[in-house]
Design a protein around this ligand. Structure first.
Ligand code: NAD
Length: 435
């Protein structure tokens, strides 16, 4: 009876709402939220049933992951093949809506195999928690007083996460930076070894626990206590030699070096160059439910430490082969966050046979390097658009209405005619169907 009353009340409320200011939207269940959308956005019953497809997450997991859930999104997951990293073979799942990324990574990894694949190393998983203090009269004195009590502060931080300490991680060090000595502001960096976690929650909890102690020691006010995504102590590095003949001879090597020089010197080019790197890295992060925004932010900030530039370096060795390397912050986890709750994310890790966050960082760095190689090789040789558009042709065929076997036929026809456009796809479709 009580439940019936509640649901009648909810329907009454839903019917009364006409704007986007919906108090208690979060209290509705998923189906009630859809019901509201149906009215607000004039959705058809077919559109509502599309929303009801909840994939492997199901309503229960999804509704507990974020707020105001109505459905899940779908992005294809493709497997990048051919990756040999530190002498181990990997099949790498990539979730991405953009055609040609998976093919390009696989092709680059195939070429890297000729000279032994990728080597990769990652530093210890040390994250930085920032505690900002202002209002003290003597910032340099405050710095001294905090550093003098380093051991005590580290102990307090570690009391917050016995599990992390048990697996060999925990707070390890403290640094203090004076940001402004006129209107004093200092920032305390708490360095935490987060082992196999991305670490944001672990670090934030520790930073919050230290805040009152630091405030007392500094004789100032603590305001912000939050992880920094510029994880300069947690770097992933990968390296590969690309055999000159395997990648297209001297012309290819020189073309790639010139493309690299362009990115090194010009931030407009470097942005797109680095976007290509992140095409690969983000796709693997998405497939494994990692926080790709965190890695994106860290990567671009790292690229701009001395003026925005390329995250990769390209050189030629004494044999005329191409030598590529990459270095970037890599705060990824295989425990914690959504990585632990998302059934498909867990499955993707199983497919990769990854055993630690460090190993995962190595894989991601190698993927970034491979993706960059593929992009600048294509740009330097034939231009990227040809291959890209050929792979994109199938998407265009679908958007023109092609289904089943029509998709490939329309795509092939457009490529043959060198007119990869929706209007042409519609024409071809008419022709095919007319026959
Ligand atoms: P978490 O708190 O869910 O899991 C980490 C915890 O797992 C550790 O504190 C530890 O107690 C435990 N653990 C068990 N085995 C472990 C092992 N082998 N290695 C390490 N820890 C182990 O997650 P988290 O990694 O602390 O935080 C990640 C989440 O924080 C992500 O979802 C991210 O989106 C979110 N987040 C990010 C930011 C940011 O990037 N600025 C800010 C806030 C939150």
């Amino acid at each position: 009876m009580l439940n019936l009353d509640k649901s009648l009340f909810k329907s009454f409320i839903l019917n009364m709402m006409t704007g986007s200011n919906i108090p208690g939207f979060y209290k509705l269940n998923i189906e009630e939220r859809r019901e509201f959308l149906m009215k607000f956005s004039d959705l058809t019953p077919e559109e509502i049933s599309l929303l009801r497809n909840m994939g492997s997450l199901g309503e229960n997991i999804a509704d507990h992951m974020i707020e105001n859930v109505i459905s899940v999104t779908e992005i294809p997951i493709g497997i990048a093949v051919n990756f040999l990293i530190n002498d181990k073979d990997y099949l790498i799942p990539m979730a991405i809506e953009e055609p040609s990324v998976v093919a390009a990574a696989s092709n680059a990894a195939k070429m890297a195999r000729v000279k032994g694949g990728f080597r990769a190393i990652s530093s210890e998983p040390i994250m930085i928690g920032q505690i900002e203090v202002s209002g003290m009269p003597d910032p340099f004195g405050a710095k001294f007083r905090i550093l003098e009590k380093k051991k005590e502060l580290i102990e307090i931080a570690n009391e917050q996460d016995p599990v992390l300490v048990k697996v060999g991680g925990g707070a390890k060090d403290i640094e203090v930076r004076v940001l402004d000595d006129k209107e004093p502001m200092i920032v305390v960096h708490l360095l935490v070894d987060v082992r196999d976690a991305m670490g944001a929650n672990a670090v934030n909890t520790m930073a919050e626990a230290l805040a009152p102690h630091i405030s007392n020691m500094a004789n100032g006010h603590v305001r912000l206590r939050i992880l920094s995504n510029l994880a300069t102590y947690r770097l992933a590095r990968a390296y590969a030699i690309f055999d000159r003949e395997a990648i297209g001879g001297k012309e290819a090597v020189d073309g790639i070096l010139e493309a690299y020089k362009f990115a090194k010197l010009d931030p407009y080019r470097a942005t797109t160059h680095n976007k290509g790197i992140m095409n690969g890295i983000d796709a693997v992060l998405l497939a494994t439910a990692n926080d790709w925004r965190a890695i994106e932010a860290g990567a671009h900030a790292y690229a701009s430490l001395n003026g925005y530039t390329s995250l990769t370096k390209w050189e030629k060795n004494e044999d005329g082969d191409l030598v590529g390397s990459i270095e970037l912050p890599m705060a990824v986890g295989i425990v914690g966050g959504a990585t632990a709750t998302h059934p498909k994310a867990k499955l993707m890790r199983k497919i990769m046979k990854i055993e630690s966050a460090k190993e995962f960082s190595n894989v991601l760095a190698a993927v970034g390097l491979a993706q960059n190689f593929a992009a600048i090789r294509a740009l330097a040789m034939e231009g990227i658009q040809k291959g890209h558009m050929e792979l994109h042709a199938r998407n265009i065929a679908i958007s023109a209405g092609a289904i089943g076997s029509e998709i490939d036929r329309v795509a092939e026809e457009m490529v043959k005619e060198k007119k990869i456009r929706v209007d042409n796809a519609q024409e071809i479709l008419k022709r095919i169907r007319g026959k």
